[in-house]
Every structure is written in structure tokens, then in C-alpha cells.
Design a protein around this ligand. Sequence first.
Ligand code: IMP
Length: 202
Amino acid sequence: MGKIWFATGNEHKRRELAEIFAIHDAAHVVNIPSDVGINFAPEETGSTFLENALIKARTLFAIVKEPVVADDSGLCVEALDGRPGVLSARYGNTVGKNLVDAEKNRLVLKELGNNPNRKAHFVCAMVLFLGDDRFFAVQETLEGEITCEKRGQGGFGYDPIFLIPELGCTVAELSPTKKNHLSHRAKAGATIGRVYDAVLLG
Ligand code: IMP
């Protein structure tokens, strides 16, 4: 079984990517920097998801000098001009105070209020980084709507307020396996898994 570096500090994302690869028969152990004591917190100074994914990938590649997968993701709400967007992980933070997921969800619900336009999408930019001048990039989405209140216990981040209208449930109400078949990360990870196998395993 191959070992893939994933440039994240987020355990939820690691578990999801490992299951996404497994679903697509790309059985790889997904290693993250903290597994080997690397303190990984690059500054996400990009203005797009792709720029931030590349920052994370370059940072870890410079340390491990092996192929690296990185993603940058977030929630874009149409009536909020695309916010939280690239700031999704840091949304509502102020100096000295970082909001937890439940607080960020409450903030989005408050900002949206009774607005009838609930349209939103998740974005996942993912890169397979093989060297300073060689990488593969993909960006995918999951379309949905913002609920009026949180629902469900699964997933992480904004999952409890993100409704998939065709299924009639939020992402937090899906089983992990179902989420890993249809999410923005699932779609991006499926492609990156295939590219990894094609380019690195032949
Ligand atoms: P980053 O990609 O680590 O910079 O952070 C992305 C942030 O977007 C997370 O901290 C979550 O708040 C949100 N996010 C990204 N993907 C998901 C998802 O699959 N479900 C819910 N929230 C997500």
C-alpha cells in the first residue's frame, strides 16, 4: 500500500481523503504532518482556493521532498457575495478569539437572516504536487442551500447548515461513506487519486 502525504492539520479531512481513495480502489495510507511531529500551519495568504492549496503543498513538499496532496476548501454563500469563501476556516475570528464551528455556523445563519436566496456551494481545490514546476490541480463543487437551523451530528465545519435539496438532508445527516461519494472533496479526491496512480504507479 502506497503512502501519500496530505498537507493538512485537519483530522476530518485526512479521514475523508483516505476513504475517498479507498472507494476508488486507490488504497493509500494518508499521512499528515503531525504524524511525524511536523508543526504545519502555513499562512494562507492566497486570494483563491487554488493559490492556498498550492501554498500548503509547496510548504510541505519543501520539508518532506516527496509527492504531496493538498486541498483548500470552503463554503460560498450566494447572498453573502461568496462569503465565507477562502476565509471559511477563519470566519468571524478576531484578534485573540477564534470561533469554533458551531459559532461560525451561527454567524452565517445570522448574516443570512430570512433572505429567501439560500443558494450556496462548497468548493474544494486539490493539487498533487510533484516538484516546484510540476503539479496537477483540480477544483470541484457541491451545490446546495443554507438551512434555517443546524441539523445533524456528522461531518465537520459547515456540514450541519448545508442542505442537499435532492436528498432532503444536510451533509451532517449523511453517513461518512455517503458524504465521501458526493462531496466537493470526494469529486476532487477521486480525480487526484486517479492521477496519482497513473503518474506515479504507471
Ligand atoms: P481549509 O481548507 O483547511 O483552509 O479550511 C476549510 C474550512 O472550510 C474548514 O475549516 C471548514 O470550516 C470549511 N469546510 C471545508 N470543507 C468542508 C466540508 O466538507 N464540510 C464542512 N465545512 C467544510
